[in-house]
Design a protein around this ligand. Structure first.
Ligand code: HEC
Ligand code: HEC
Ligand code: HEC
Ligand code: HEC
Length: 490
């Protein structure tokens, strides 16, 4: 049987749902002690019909409930000012925001500075777009993209990964001139595939070839297994959007078994064995990468709303909520506010602005295809800001040199923090991030070894930063804690 999309038009008959409710009510009454003084008459046990499996529905918001919830407190519902309300308002309206059976289905809203729904958002939004796709001059590629991860207790894991290939030769890579040099075969966290408009590429010899373009077959809504790209549906009257992921995150699909170039221009996309846990306790995060123009102020808005949740056996997400009922981050080691005390504001890869979105890809499962270096944020971000002042070895990621020694002059260049990088609390600020104190309470070879790149944890030897700063090339003791093969004794 094909997997059924919860949100598809195929819904369980309401009679079954009613029947299940009626039999539950009967059981509840029969089991009730009763308030009467008379001895309880012997009642024959009710005839219990065979259990009815009620397939959970994704419960889209009803009527104009989202618009009513948005209008109730206009100051707090503007997506630009309070990104998490993109999901929070769906819950306020009494509906589910995230349901995951095969590919996730997400209801969310976008509210402008006037407290009204922002219509017209598109998945694919290029100026060279095909007919029917509006172009937003402020957001060159797209208005919205989605990504998903789960937390394994120590690290985030991307549930959608992209396979890169080890090739050094651009000419042999599927015959287009656009393909860069991939040096390492890596899998790295990525966003759910989105549609692209057809384009052409002019090759070095002057001939023109069609570039890959991605569109769904007609069956995509009813049969998610046929999807190539995600689907965005707008419900302007109800004040919300529905996003249907293309990637199945419930059933394991290893890269080795995924279809090459099914839904991404450079390789293939799959969960790579990382699937959701419907156990009621494992933390998951769905994030939206959004860019749109505020309909009133005409200002460009770039936000990364995310929602943290656990999943019941039925695949319905239970959001982690604050005391006042608004969804909150369940894990926050650093906060965007701290980054933005220097960055005004932070922006990476164009429209990625929140470090709690970065971790969906920048985690233990992803490495850079150029260098094979880890891009886990707790390693990369420390190295990036320590840079030429702290690192003892040259280091780069995807062409961005954190520390670089000129082969001729031996002069060292690179990135640098504008203050002492030992001020750990400049980024790890408890006032904004609940787990900020992890900088001292959750040490690991990856996090501490990022700046301490002279330490060899397998031998316990190497160069301390203090000795390196004093001009030494080796230290008497190296790692003060000696040889360590794992993080358990940190
Ligand atoms: C959807 C996945 C994804 C998200 C989200 C993401 N990145 Fe990346 N990023 C990557 C990958 C993958 C690489 C490594 C380069 C490669 O192999 O393509 C990378 C590389 C980088 C680099 C190295 C230089 C460069 O530009 O390639 C920087 C800096 C960076 N990311 C910063 C960030 C920051 C900051 C955020 C959050 C605000 C973020 N990234 C969010 C996937 C992501
Ligand atoms: C005390 C100031 C300061 C703070 C706080 C800070 N940064 Fe930076 N960051 C810098 C400076 C300065 C650079 C440029 C380094 C260079 O090129 O020499 C930089 C560079 C970067 C880069 C490289 C690409 C770019 O955009 O220039 C990224 C990505 C980045 N920071 C992310 C972050 C994140 C994420 C946080 C919060 C967790 C953060 N930064 C906090 C000062 C800061
Ligand atoms: C430029 C910003 C910045 C500075 C400065 C910084 N960190 Fe971090 N740190 C980060 C980011 C970003 C993460 C990853 C957060 C996440 O995974 O959610 C992180 C993660 C960590 C972790 C891992 C915590 C965990 O839960 O796994 C440790 C340990 C840590 N930092 C230690 C330090 C120490 C020690 C210092 C000072 C010597 C420091 N950091 C300075 C940005 C910073
Ligand atoms: C953001 C970069 C950064 C991170 C991350 C970091 N340190 Fe350091 N650490 C430094 C710097 C800089 C010094 C001072 C070197 C000096 O005195 O010149 C230092 C000094 C030390 C020293 C003294 C020995 C030496 O190398 O000079 C120890 C021990 C130490 N750190 C432990 C840790 C532990 C444990 C963690 C992880 C929880 C950690 N550090 C994470 C930058 C970092």
């Amino acid at each position: 049987m094909k997997q059924m999309d919860l949100s598809s038009k195929v819904k369980p008959s309401p009679h079954w749902t009613k029947l299940a409710a009626a039999s539950l009510a009967a059981l509840a009454i029969a089991g009730c002690g009763g308030g009467s003084d008379a001895p309880a008459p012997v009642v024959p046990p009710p005839v219990v019909p065979p259990p009815v499996v009620v397939v959970p529905v994704d419960a889209p918001p009803s009527g104009t409930a989202v618009l009513t919830a948005a209008a109730a407190s206009p100051a707090t519902t503007n997506t630009a000012a309070n990104p998490s309300q993109a999901f929070g308002l769906i819950y306020k309206a009494g509906a589910n925001s995230v349901t995951i059976q095969s590919p996730p289905v997400v209801h969310f809203t976008v509210i402008g500075s006037d407290g009204k729904f922002v219509p017209g958002l598109k998945l694919s939004n290029t100026t060279s777009s095909a007919a029917g796709l509006a172009a937003d001059a402020n957001c060159s590629q797209n208005n919205i993209t989605f990504a998903i991860a789960k937390f394994d207790g120590t690290d985030w894991q991307s549930l959608i990964s992209r396979q890169r290939y080890a090739t050094a030769d651009t000419a042999t890579n599927r015959g287009t001139a656009l393909v860069p040099k991939y040096r390492y075969a890596v899998a790295e966290g990525t966003t759910d595939p989105k549609p692209t408009a057809p384009t052409t590429v002019t090759k070095a010899d002057g001939t023109t070839v069609a570039n890959f373009s991605f569109a769904n077959p007609a069956t995509a809504v009813t049969d998610p297994s046929t999807r190539i790209v995600g689907i965005l549906e707008e419900n302007a009257a109800g004040g919300y959007y529905t996003y249907r992921f293309a990637t199945d995150v419930s059933t394991s699909l290893l890269m080795a078994n995924a279809v090459d170039v099914k839904n991404v221009s450079v390789g293939k996309v799959a969960n790579n064995g990382k699937v959701v846990a419907k156990d009621g306790k494992t933390l998951h995060r769905v994030a939206a990468q959004m860019c749109y123009t505020d309909p009133v102020t005409k200002a460009k808005v770039v936000v990364n709303p995310y929602v943290d949740f656990t999943l019941g056996a039925d695949g319905v997400a239970v959001p982690v909520k604050a005391a006042d009922g608004t969804p909150v981050a369940a894990r926050k080691v650093v906060a965007m506010e701290s980054c933005n005390s220097c960055h005004a504001p932070l922006a990476a890869h164009g429209t990625r602005v929140d470090p709690n979105y970065c971790v969906i890809c920048h985690n233990a499962g992803s490495t850079d295809f150029n260098t094979n270096n880890p891009i886990d944020l707790k390693n990369m971000l420390h190295k990036l800001h320590g840079g030429k002042n702290v690192l003892t070895k040259d280091y780069s990621i995807n062409g961005l040199a954190f520390r670089l020694t000129d082969p001729v002059t031996k002069e060292v260049s690179g990135t640098a923090f504008p203050q002492d990088v030992k001020n750990c609390a400049t980024c790890h600020e408890t006032q904004y991030a609940a787990q900020a104190a992890n900088w001292k309470s959750v040490p690991s070879r990856l996090a501490c070894g990022s700046c301490h790149d002279g330490i060899d944890f397998s031998t316990g030897l190497g160069l301390t930063l203090a000795d390196a700063a004093a001009g030494a090339t080796s230290s008497l003791y190296g790692h003060i804690g000696g040889r360590q093969a794992d993080d358990t004794k940190c």
